[in-house]
Write a protein that binds this ligand. Sequence first.
Ligand code: COA
Length: 416
Amino acid sequence: MTTTADITALVRAAKEKAYRETNDEPEPKATGPHEWPVEATIGKGLEGAPACDTSVGYVNGAKGWLVYRGLNCFELAENSTYEETAFLLLFGHLPKRAELDAFREKIRRHSPLSPETRRVLEFVPTGTVHPMSSLRTAVSVQGTLDPRADDTSIENETEIAIHLIAQISTLTGAIARIRKGQKPIDPDPTLSHAANLIYMMTGTKPDPVMERAMDISLILHADHGMNASTFTTMVVNSSLSDMYGSVVAGIASLKGPLHGGANEMVLYDLEEIGSPDNVEAWFKKAQETKRKVMGFGHRVYKAYDPRARIFGPLAGVLCTRDQEVKRLYDIAVKLDALVCAQLGEKKIFPNVDFYSGLIYRAMGIETAMFTPIFAVSRVAGWTARALEYLADNRIFRPRAIYLGPISAPYVPVDKR
Ligand code: COA
């Protein structure tokens, strides 16, 4: 029988392996004091473009390290909880006992689902609408219910951030159940954020191993540099729009299959492959048709993604509990080896999304709910960075390189 101590040992082993393998890599230039404006070589999609200063978190793509407020994500996954990590991201330090208790209490107070939001979620068609669209709608409704939504002071936006950290978990639980024609379940104030999420989605209180696995997953998804959804949230907030609208935009960005949506696409791919015996033929065809293998590659990591270092072995332990999930896991392991062997030279390795979905599947969660779980966690990073930027705000405003004509003649409508 696997225990939580086994899970912690697994994380520690992944950490030690990562430290052994990566310690000598040189630091990239994206750290340390500097003056604005900075010089940079900018690629398409703002690749390599520094957009702001931050102390929230840092991705070292050469080493394959992820740091929140100075703490390596391996240390947090091994020792911390999501509540503690969210506090760390928002307030810049690990909470003292009293601070953590107060933060947890606040999350509890902000967790219940309002009757208005529940009515809206029940109104959204369940068969055709993606849960991320339901979540986006529900967070938008939350903004209309808060009389202080337009108070963009840092104090008020911090309160909204905590409200959203609490609410996005409850909303995800409610969406998971309403989709299946079930009634939403109230959060249980005695449970951790991770356990409550599983409980509200599945109706079953998780055993300590599944709770710990979800907690680790929430910790590892909480922040990740200037990814598309974080940047989107910050761009909206930088116009001094309200925090609800900024997070709505973040959710919309995260939904895409090139970003958070990749975790569910991975499961669809594994189901399509069907058996470990079909992996080679499937991958060959994917290469021939230039189809990207979901859950692989990264804009920043040119080394193994540290989150995948943990999620791979974690999935290995959890997926043995069910034959069907084990079959999908076996396909994943074979695909992982094949892609690394063939594309490793191009620095393409599994990313955060490759094994996370298998972990959720082992918890009995349906595939379409994987990306909302990502949002449950990432809201901490979105709001922490939006708040940090707000303290020294300057509206984001890059430029495009114009390729069209400069002085075309105006032709009246009847003469076109
Ligand atoms: N499968 C196969 N080839 C891949 C690949 C993948 N998942 N990801 C990147 N590549 C290849 C590209 O085809 C390209 O090859 P080329 O130089 O021969 O044309 C090269 O690697 C660079 O890829 P590119 O798409 O330009 O990188 P990017 O930085 O713009 O995109 C991702 C990064 C994450 C969007 C991209 O790797 C991807 O689409 N991955 C799959 C989706 C995914 O897992 N997203 C979650 C990210 S956490």
